[in-house]
Design a protein around this ligand. Structure first.
Ligand code: ZN
Ligand code: ZN
Length: 149
Protein backbone atom coordinates (compact mmCIF):
# COMPACT_ATOMS: atom_id res chain seq x y z
CA UNK A 1 0.00 0.00 0.00
CA UNK A 2 1.39 3.42 -0.89
CA UNK A 3 0.44 6.93 0.23
CA UNK A 4 -2.20 7.44 -2.43
CA UNK A 5 -3.91 4.15 -1.52
CA UNK A 6 -3.77 5.18 2.13
CA UNK A 7 -5.31 8.53 1.24
CA UNK A 8 -8.19 6.84 -0.64
CA UNK A 9 -8.75 4.36 2.18
CA UNK A 10 -8.89 7.19 4.73
CA UNK A 11 -11.38 9.15 2.61
CA UNK A 12 -13.64 6.14 2.18
CA UNK A 13 -13.50 5.17 5.88
CA UNK A 14 -14.38 8.75 6.78
CA UNK A 15 -17.51 8.66 4.63
CA UNK A 16 -18.48 5.15 5.69
CA UNK A 17 -18.11 5.52 9.46
CA UNK A 18 -18.31 9.26 10.09
CA UNK A 19 -20.53 10.39 7.18
CA UNK A 20 -18.26 13.41 6.74
CA UNK A 21 -15.48 13.80 4.17
CA UNK A 22 -11.80 13.75 5.12
CA UNK A 23 -10.31 16.80 3.43
CA UNK A 24 -6.68 16.63 4.48
CA UNK A 25 -3.72 14.32 3.88
CA UNK A 26 -3.05 10.82 5.15
CA UNK A 27 0.39 9.31 4.62
CA UNK A 28 2.85 6.78 6.04
CA UNK A 29 5.55 7.99 8.40
CA UNK A 30 8.51 5.65 8.68
CA UNK A 31 9.75 7.30 11.85
CA UNK A 32 6.75 6.48 14.04
CA UNK A 33 7.68 3.81 16.54
CA UNK A 34 5.59 3.86 19.66
CA UNK A 35 2.25 4.73 18.13
CA UNK A 36 0.25 3.19 15.33
CA UNK A 37 -0.60 6.59 13.99
CA UNK A 38 -1.06 10.21 14.91
CA UNK A 39 -3.25 13.16 14.10
CA UNK A 40 -1.45 16.48 13.66
CA UNK A 41 -3.36 19.35 15.27
CA UNK A 42 -1.70 22.06 13.21
CA UNK A 43 -1.95 20.58 9.70
CA UNK A 44 -4.97 18.29 10.31
CA UNK A 45 -3.06 15.52 8.57
CA UNK A 46 -2.98 11.88 9.66
CA UNK A 47 0.24 9.88 9.82
CA UNK A 48 0.30 6.10 9.91
CA UNK A 49 3.12 3.85 11.09
CA UNK A 50 4.14 1.89 7.98
CA UNK A 51 5.56 -0.99 10.01
CA UNK A 52 2.04 -1.71 11.27
CA UNK A 53 0.98 -2.34 7.72
CA UNK A 54 4.01 -4.48 6.91
CA UNK A 55 3.43 -6.61 9.98
CA UNK A 56 -0.32 -6.77 10.39
CA UNK A 57 -1.90 -5.86 7.11
CA UNK A 58 -4.84 -3.76 6.11
CA UNK A 59 -7.15 -4.55 9.04
CA UNK A 60 -4.59 -3.04 11.44
CA UNK A 61 -4.35 0.06 9.27
CA UNK A 62 -8.13 0.43 9.18
CA UNK A 63 -8.23 0.39 13.00
CA UNK A 64 -5.48 3.02 13.19
CA UNK A 65 -7.17 5.28 10.64
CA UNK A 66 -10.56 5.03 12.37
CA UNK A 67 -8.92 6.03 15.64
CA UNK A 68 -7.12 9.01 14.08
CA UNK A 69 -10.33 10.04 12.29
CA UNK A 70 -12.02 10.27 15.70
CA UNK A 71 -9.37 12.80 16.74
CA UNK A 72 -9.68 14.55 13.38
CA UNK A 73 -13.43 15.03 13.17
CA UNK A 74 -13.87 16.00 16.82
CA UNK A 75 -11.02 18.50 16.64
CA UNK A 76 -12.43 20.10 13.51
CA UNK A 77 -15.90 20.26 15.09
CA UNK A 78 -14.33 21.82 18.19
CA UNK A 79 -15.45 18.96 20.41
CA UNK A 80 -13.50 16.91 22.93
CA UNK A 81 -10.86 15.21 20.77
CA UNK A 82 -8.53 13.89 23.50
CA UNK A 83 -8.45 10.28 24.68
CA UNK A 84 -10.04 11.11 28.04
CA UNK A 85 -12.85 13.27 26.58
CA UNK A 86 -16.41 12.01 26.69
CA UNK A 87 -16.99 12.94 23.03
CA UNK A 88 -13.92 10.95 22.04
CA UNK A 89 -14.94 7.83 23.96
CA UNK A 90 -18.44 8.01 22.51
CA UNK A 91 -17.26 8.41 18.91
CA UNK A 92 -14.82 5.50 19.26
CA UNK A 93 -17.65 3.34 20.49
CA UNK A 94 -19.98 4.48 17.74
CA UNK A 95 -17.49 3.81 14.94
CA UNK A 96 -15.85 0.71 16.44
CA UNK A 97 -12.47 2.45 16.59
CA UNK A 98 -9.90 1.40 19.19
CA UNK A 99 -9.66 3.91 22.08
CA UNK A 100 -5.89 4.34 21.94
CA UNK A 101 -3.25 4.98 19.27
CA UNK A 102 -1.97 1.46 19.68
CA UNK A 103 1.75 0.87 19.71
CA UNK A 104 3.24 -2.03 17.83
CA UNK A 105 3.48 -4.01 21.05
CA UNK A 106 -0.22 -3.58 21.64
CA UNK A 107 -0.93 -4.91 18.20
CA UNK A 108 1.21 -7.93 18.88
CA UNK A 109 -0.89 -8.56 21.95
CA UNK A 110 -3.96 -8.41 19.77
CA UNK A 111 -2.77 -10.94 17.20
CA UNK A 112 -5.24 -13.79 17.14
CA UNK A 113 -4.22 -15.68 14.03
CA UNK A 114 -0.86 -16.64 12.59
CA UNK A 115 -0.60 -17.81 9.01
CA UNK A 116 2.43 -19.45 7.48
CA UNK A 117 3.38 -19.81 3.84
CA UNK A 118 3.63 -23.45 2.90
CA UNK A 119 6.39 -22.74 0.40
CA UNK A 120 8.77 -20.25 2.02
CA UNK A 121 7.60 -20.40 5.68
CA UNK A 122 7.06 -16.62 5.98
CA UNK A 123 4.73 -15.96 8.91
CA UNK A 124 1.81 -13.51 8.86
CA UNK A 125 0.35 -12.54 12.24
CA UNK A 126 -3.15 -11.12 11.90
CA UNK A 127 -5.71 -9.63 14.24
CA UNK A 128 -8.63 -10.92 12.21
CA UNK A 129 -9.20 -14.14 10.37
CA UNK A 130 -8.27 -13.97 6.69
CA UNK A 131 -9.54 -15.89 3.70
CA UNK A 132 -6.61 -18.14 2.76
CA UNK A 133 -8.18 -18.78 -0.61
CA UNK A 134 -7.90 -15.09 -1.50
CA UNK A 135 -4.83 -14.10 0.49
CA UNK A 136 -1.52 -15.59 -0.63
CA UNK A 137 2.07 -15.12 0.53
CA UNK A 138 3.33 -11.61 -0.25
CA UNK A 139 6.80 -13.02 -0.70
CA UNK A 140 6.32 -15.93 -3.10
CA UNK A 141 2.56 -16.16 -3.81
CA UNK A 142 2.47 -19.50 -1.99
CA UNK A 143 -0.57 -20.86 -0.19
CA UNK A 144 -1.05 -19.83 3.45
CA UNK A 145 -2.00 -22.16 6.27
CA UNK A 146 -3.25 -21.15 9.70
CA UNK A 147 -0.98 -22.23 12.55
CA UNK A 148 -2.71 -23.49 15.67
CA UNK A 149 -1.26 -22.16 18.90
ZN1 ZN B 1 -5.16 8.73 19.78
ZN1 ZN C 1 5.90 -17.67 0.58
Amino acid sequence: MDNSALQKLTESLSLKYFKVPFKHKAYFNKRLRTTGGRYLLTSHNIEVNDKQYAKFGESAIIDIIKHELCHYHLHIQKKGYKHRDKDFKRLCQLTGAPRFCSAIENYEDRVNYIYQCQKCDTRYPRIRKVDTVKMVCGNCNGKLKELKN
